[in-house]
Design a protein around this ligand. Structure first.
Ligand code: SF4
Ligand code: SF4
Length: 99
């Protein structure tokens, strides 16, 4: 159904490097077109994704990200899954999948 979206889950992902495991929280919205995922601890609040989104659906969140700055959130029902935000994010804090 076009126009439907919801925060589907908040979960954690673990990545491993040679000497440590690192945990990231994950926020994922499912939409009619795919999914939009934010790794909040990676968002440094630079605002590039907000600037680049062609349909203006990425907004500032009152919640804080990696450096104590506001992080972003999304009105995912309007996302056209173009992946521009994920492409421009310098810290790989966004992942977009197309259904
Ligand atoms: S995938 Fe495209 S439309 Fe969706 S939030 Fe990112 S820049 Fe905006
Ligand atoms: S481009 Fe990445 S680091 Fe910058 S505000 Fe957007 S999600 Fe956060």
């Amino acid at each position: 159904m076009v126009g439907h979206s919801e925060l589907k889950d908040r979960s954690e992902a673990t990545t491993s490097t040679a000497d440590q495991d690192q945990r990231f929280s994950v926020e994922r919205w499912a939409t009619a077109r795919g999914s939009w995922t934010l790794f909040p601890e990676l968002c440094k609040g630079c605002g590039l994704c907000i600037e680049r989104c062609p349909v203006d659906v990425i907004k500032w969140s009152p919640e804080l990200g990696a450096y104590g700055t506001n992080r972003v959130t999304v009105k995912a029902e309007g996302c056209i899954t173009c992946k521009i935000c994920a492409y421009y994010c310098p810290d790989a804090a966004i992942s977009v999948t197309v259904r």
